[in-house]
Design a protein around this ligand. Structure first.
Ligand code: SF4
Length: 327
């Protein structure tokens, strides 16, 4: 089968809501992102995005609550204590978090994510959610991105006002991170058995990751029943061990996003790309991230939107890509 035929078949399967075989996912990932075939793949993914989402897109606004040196020392993360990049620890006050959430919601964010490290007081995370729900009306979804979860904690998060938990088995989990895949899988199982939806991106993608590794992580997300899916590139932060490997090309990230769109199809209608990319929106993504505060992709707390990517810019990009906001 030619690549063109493989893309056409994958598009037809996606429109029929069928899962793509692993070998098809790998074949699509093998396409040269700068080729004509990649354009075909992107167009197929965009068409599937239109059918699955009704051309609706959304903004995932993320507040990094605590900026602290972290002893886990993941090799891509600016918080790693051993890299000496997160020396000026800072934790946003509850008022700062709630005010930022209010500002995002009033500007039109669809999701508000509270991102905390393993060390943040869990009871305070619940307190923050309760305050946000009590003080800020709206149809937004509240997302927690925090440490490993046991059953009790998923219940507490749900009762506190969260709808979604972000959790991922990262690329090269266990070698670029000290976490065991088995432990993170267990957390995914707990989320699956809870009332919270799962968000899980293929991340943090670098130039060194193979198509097989990407496909394996993708399949773990599907097995875990992720409802929000997509891909996030690793941002090279000076001082971290993987800095020298540089940044993934935008078209390669968009290609991975396009494959996730075809493979996830109706099972995970919202496909996120991070960092935001016009090519990825043209190739099937419908969710972009606006990041503020403690961002593991930056050194120091970001008092304004990371990389200058804010909600008005996201809206303009959606319009340009033919999406209306409102997931
Ligand atoms: S990714 Fe999370 S656990 Fe790993 S170093 Fe960064 S903050 Fe710590």
């Amino acid at each position: 089968m030619t690549i063109r035929q493989t893309v056409q078949k994958a598009e037809a399967m996606a429109l029929a809501g069928e899962a793509l075989p692993t070998e098809t996912i790998i074949r699509l990932l093998e396409i040269d992102p700068n080729s004509e075939e990649a354009e075909l793949l992107g167009a197929a993914a965009r068409l599937v995005a239109a059918k699955v989402t009704g051309n609706k897109a959304g903004i995932w606004a993320s507040i990094g609550v605590d900026y602290v040196p972290c002893p886990m020392n993941c090799r891509f993360c600016s918080f790693g204590e051993a890299w000496g990049t997160a020396e000026d620890a800072y934790t946003l006050t509850d008022d700062e978090v709630v005010n930022q959430a209010k500002s995002f919601i009033e500007s039109g964010a669809d999701w508000i994510t509270l991102r905390t490290t393993e060390h943040y007081e869990f009871s305070n995370l619940i307190k923050l959610a309760q305050r946000i729900r009590a003080e800020i009306p709206g149809n937004y979804k509240l997302v927690a991105n925090t440490g490993e979860m046991n059953e009790l904690r998923t219940d507490e998060l749900k009762k506190g006002g969260f709808n979604i938990l972000y959790h991922a088995i990262r690329l090269k989990e266990g070698s670029d991170t000290p976490f065991s895949v088995a432990k993170r899988r267990k957390t995914l199982e707990n989320i699956r058995g809870s009332e919270l939806d799962l968000a899980f991106l293929v991340e943090p993608v670098g130039v060194e990751h193979t198509n097989r590794e990407i496909a394996d992580v993708f399949e773990m997300a599907m097995e875990a029943d992720a409802r929000i899916f997509g891909a996030m590139a690793r941002i090279p932060v000076k001082g971290t061990p993987l800095y020298e490997l540089g940044l993934l090309d935008e078209r390669r990230l968009a290609q991975i996003v396009a494959v996730t769109r075809l493979a996830a199809n109706f099972r995970a209608p919202d496909i996120c790309v991070h960092p935001a990319s016009k090519t990825a929106l043209k190739w099937g993504a419908n969710v972009v991230v606006v990041d503020i505060g403690a961002v593991p992709r930056a050194v120091g707390v970001s008092p304004t939107e990371w990389n200058g990517f804010d909600i008005p810019t996201a809206r303009a990009w959606f319009k340009e890509a033919g999406f209306q906001q409102g997931c």
